[in-house]
Design a protein. Structure first.
Length: 409
């Protein structure tokens, strides 16, 4: 379906899978008793009247599917309808029962379903569905508490997010100093390629090696950065937060760009980085991360696999600056200043392309050992979409969208 709506393409792939706990989870919203048709008609009428001259309606929550079906028929043909659904189990159940006939491949009535609320926010943002021409309304039908929580989050995000203003050229401040910060292992695959891809991203770098001594091989590979680099050696010891805090302690004040050796800057990353460095008072920036799998032309998607937002740029002001917490899946806390989302500046994640199954299994086992419990499961099969699917949604590198995130993020 070359001409299918991107939401249709995305949802079709997501609903064809059930990952993790969803594989055994019963349907929820789609199993609820259908509301009284008269009440549904009244609710739909209110939304149609509220839509007025809006070009688009975003209905948050699929519920039983009744309200969406009535709205799809009642809204003017020129008014688009998108239903955002974080309950993929209920959506799949309705699809199988024929309850999504209103969502056609190329039509302007679409269902966007994913268990990831970040995906349900990012896709409308990438397709320019945010703004005064879009009416956002919440489906009032009952739903499980965790689904309602996601819908409330989406409602606030869609209402409060604004674009980061472009700095006036005549008053633009000098860019803040940026330090490239890297944690690496001596046996990391494709180290020369990583450092070569990072050349020019910053004027200086700090690299902490998971080793008792700085490896000569690593120092040689880092020469491809073409910038002054400070090398330190510190065994990981199973605590990623402590390792990253040691890395931060070696970085001078300014902005820190933290990248991993299995990541590469994607299209638009450099241009957006330059813009962010010139943004006064920036606290931090998230970047989407595209995990390439099972080949370089496909990207994992759904259930948190995309957009996989990563906080990779942040202001560092020792000794009171931010610090990492949690030994495994470390998180940065204590940001000072506004936080943004660089929507069109992805990082490319090559972890499954650079490492074989044995290496991935060993890495997951190391995470579990550090966490003291089994929390990771190896798999070769994941939902995925062509890389060009995401490229088609992105703006040009020179005009990449940067969104100012509200405090609830």
């Amino acid at each position: 379906m070359a001409d299918a709506h991107p939401y249709f393409t995305y949802t079709r792939e997501i609903l064809s899978w059930r990952l993790g706990d969803q594989a055994t989870q019963p349907s929820r919203g789609g199993d609820a008793p259908s509301p009284d048709p008269a009440r549904t008609a009244v609710r739909a009428g209110r939304i149609v009247r509220a839509a007025g001259t809006h070009r688009e309606v975003l209905l948050l929550g699929l519920g039983t599917g009744d309200l969406a079906a009535v709205l799809a028929d009642a809204l003017p043909p020129e008014t688009s309808l998108t239903v955002l659904c974080p309950d993929t189990v209920a959506a799949a159940r309705l699809r199988d029962a024929g309850g999504l006939a209103w969502a056609r491949p190329a039509g302007n009535r679409q269902l966007l379903a994913d268990a990831s609320r970040q995906a349900l926010f990012c896709l409308p943002a990438m397709t320019a569905q945010l703004g005064p021409q879009t009416l956002v309304t919440v489906n009032p039908e009952p739903c499980p508490p965790e689904i309602r929580q996601s819908l409330v989050w989406l409602r606030r995000m869609l209402a409060d997010v604004v674009s980061l203003p472009e700095p006036a050229k005549s008053t633009a401040p000098a860019p803040a100093p940026v330090t490239l910060a890297v944690l690496a292992r001596p046996d990391e695959p494709a180290l020369p390629d990583f450092f070569g891809a990072c050349a020019g991203l910053a004027p200086k770098a700090v690299i902490v090696w998971d080793a008792p001594d700085v490896p000569a091989r690593g120092r040689d590979a880092a020469a491809r950065l073409g910038m002054p680099a400070r090398h330190l050696a510190r065994p990981l010891g199973g605590d990623f937060a402590a390792q990253r805090n040691a890395l931060l302690a070696a970085c001078p004040p300014g902005l820190v760009l933290s990248l991993d050796p299995d990541e590469r800057p994607g299209p638009g990353f450099r241009e957006t980085l330059s813009r962010l460095a010139a943004t006064p008072g920036l606290g931090g920036a998230y970047f989407p991360r595209l995990t390439l799998y099972p080949d370089p032309e496909h990207v994992k998607a759904g259930y948190g696999l995309w957009p996989d937002l990563q906080l990779r740029l942040f202001a560092h002001a020792p000794p009171t600056g931010p610090r990492y917490v949690r030994p495994v899946h470390e998180r940065l806390e204590g940001l000072a200043g506004p936080v943004v989302l660089a929507l069109d500046a992805p990082l490319l994640h090559l972890n499954r392309l650079l490492a074989d199954d044995a290496a991935v299994t060993a890495k997951l086992a190391a995470y579990d050992a550090a966490a003291g419990r089994q929390a990771h499961h190896f798999s070769r099969d994941y939902p995925a979409l062509p890389r060009e699917f995401f490229a088609a949604l992105a703006a040009t590198p020179q005009h990449g969208r940067v969104l100012l995130l509200p405090g609830l993020w």
